[in-house]
Write a protein that binds this ligand. Structure first.
Ligand code: ATR
Length: 272
């Protein structure tokens, strides 16, 4: 049976074994997918052991995504630009391919929820690892513009410069967003995790704006609550992105695209 794992520290919270087990059942794949806690200084040893014993692929979560980037012997372009890897795949020649499926997971979730991105004005809030991981897939959808705004402006400017050749991308401070409103607003900050909302002006939300929080939970996230208070037309949390990134990893490993909707419904039920 083909073996897959997700590694992280902590790892107990990971929904990946649940998601991939459902994907495997859905697509009749003979595979096992387990989680493994890895010591903070034990990533390389854990990967060496896993792949030398025939492991086929691995998902990587906090805090090992940058180490996984270093561990890979080949990188996809999106992983290269993300600077982080969430998926490793053992290649036929023994090499290890590193990919980053987070951004495509976000894009697929938006498209499935009928939020189009082509020629749209997108605001991406935050400039940490989560933002960096989604910029290339967002630009690949050919938005009219992608504004990246962050509490610390210099970090947004660095990301805008890094991705400048891939599309129309600019950095703006929160207080420079002015009166312009956006079609899609994506919150990639960790603010929701501490019950906060980034200090962007509410004028960024117009009548037709869809707001997306990469975070999810059993109740509405603080950012999406704020968006609803300011009459956003739609709010979405990051559960679909979680399932979407998993589906992209599964696709890379097995060459089959699993259905995300049923798995997302079951996960939502688990959260209640
Ligand atoms: P991640 O890998 O999850 O993106 P990170 O690299 O630590 O984590 O980045 C966290 C992001 O959330 C940053 O953009 C951070 O803003 P700063 O660069 O100014 O620190 C943002 N963030 C966290 N808490 C925030 C808050 N209360 N308001 C606004 N932005 C916040």
């Amino acid at each position: 049976m083909d073996k897959y794992i997700v590694v992280g520290n902590p790892i107990n919270h990971s929904k990946s074994p649940f998601i991939h087990t459902l994907f495997a059942r859905q697509t009749c794949q003979n595979m096992e997918y387990l989680s493994q806690l890895v010591a903070l200084d034990g990533f390389v040893a854990a990967m060496d052991t896993f792949f030398s014993s025939g492991g086929k692929g691995c998902n990587i979560t906090v805090p090992f995504k940058e180490q996984a980037f270093e561990y890979a012997t080949q990188l996809t372009q999106r992983a290269q630009l993300a600077g982080a890897v969430n998926t490793l795949k053992c290649l036929d020649d023994g090499g290890i391919l590193g990919d980053n499926t987070d951004g495509e997971g976000l894009v697929q979730d938006l498209l499935q929820q009928h939020v189009s991105l082509k020629n749209k004005r997108i605001l991406l809030i935050g400039a940490g690892g989560a933002a960096r991981g989604v910029i290339l897939p967002l630009l690949a959808q050919q938005p009219q513009t992608l504004i990246i705004s962050n509490r610390t402006l210099t970090k947004a400017q660095q990301l805008a410069a890094l991705f400048a050749e891939y599309g129309d991308i600019k950095a703006l401070a929160f207080d420079a967003l002015g009166e312009q409103c956006f079609d899609v607003i994506i919150n990639s900050t960790s603010a929701s995790l501490s019950g906060n909302v980034p200090a962007v002006p509410a004028s960024v939300i117009g009548q037709h704006t869809c707001c997306y929080d990469m975070v999810y939970g059993s109740s509405i996230t603080p950012f999406n609550q704020w968006a609803q208070q300011h009459n956003a037309s739609k709010t979405i949390d990051g559960l679909g992105m979680l399932v979407g990134q998993a589906a992209e990893s599964f696709m890379l490993w097995r060459g089959l695209r699993p259905g995300a909707k049923q798995v997302q419904r079951e996960l939502r039920r688990l959260l209640q």
